[in-house]
Design a protein around this ligand. Structure first.
Ligand SMILES: Nc1ccn([C@@H]2O[C@H](COP(=O)(O)O)[C@@H](O)[C@H]2O)c(=O)n1
Ligand code: CDI
Length: 158
């Protein structure tokens, strides 16, 4: 049996925060604002996984009013979500993601992100694709106010 899920997340830029995307710290003049480390890509991946098993979203599992998740490492949150996926008896078929950012350039970090996400989802790099696009300076991402990310995951019952 196959299950598909999709995730979407947005975080605004903020000064004085590290920029975490896909579990990788990207050297940049600003980071993203959030209750957790605001890793917008890992949040989209986590939501896609939760969607695939009809288990709600990350806000339900990790409420942003809970101090436990203040500055939380989103990799740890995704690991928790992946344990729920495994408990339901599913494994990864493939994951495809898009980061929407005018800046910074993601290309130098894409392979590292794929490797980290594959590790977190206990799969191979060949099962994980990460893309990036600008919005040609249009909209909130184009004005460099924040970053968005989308993810689609396909799971198969073992
Ligand atoms: N933040 C980004 C955005 C884009 N890229 C790479 O550049 C290519 C062209 O982007 P367009 O928005 O002009 O289509 C895109 O395919 C990515 O490879 C990037 O690395 N970081
Ligand atoms: C991850 C959580 C929990 O710390 O907080 P944020 O980092 O603010 O992220 P968001 O994608 O807004 O929602 C899920 C949250 O509850």
């Amino acid at each position: 049996m196959f299950r598909i899920g999709q995730g979407f997340d947005v975080h605004q830029f903020a000064e004085g925060r590290p920029l975490m995307i896909g579990g990788v710290e990207i050297p940049y003049e600003k980071g993203l604002l959030g209750h957790s480390d605001a890793d917008v890509l890992l949040h989209a991946v986590a939501d896609a996984c939760l969607g695939a098993i009809a288990a709600g979203d990350i806000g339900k599992h990790f409420p942003d009013h809970d101090q436990k998740y203040k500055d939380a490492d989103s990799a740890v949150l995704l690991q928790h979500v992946w344990n729920l996926v495994k408990k339901e008896g599913y494994q990864l078929v493939n994951l495809d993601c898009t980061i929407v950012a005018q800046k910074p350039k993601m290309a130098p970090y894409i392979e590292q992100m794929r490797a980290r996400i594959a590790e977190l989802l206990e799969g191979e790099m060949s099962q994980v694709n990460v893309k990036a696009t600008t919005t040609e300076k249009l909209g909130f991402t184009g004005r460099e106010e924040g970053i968005a990310a989308q993810a689609v995951v396909l799971l198969q019952k073992k």
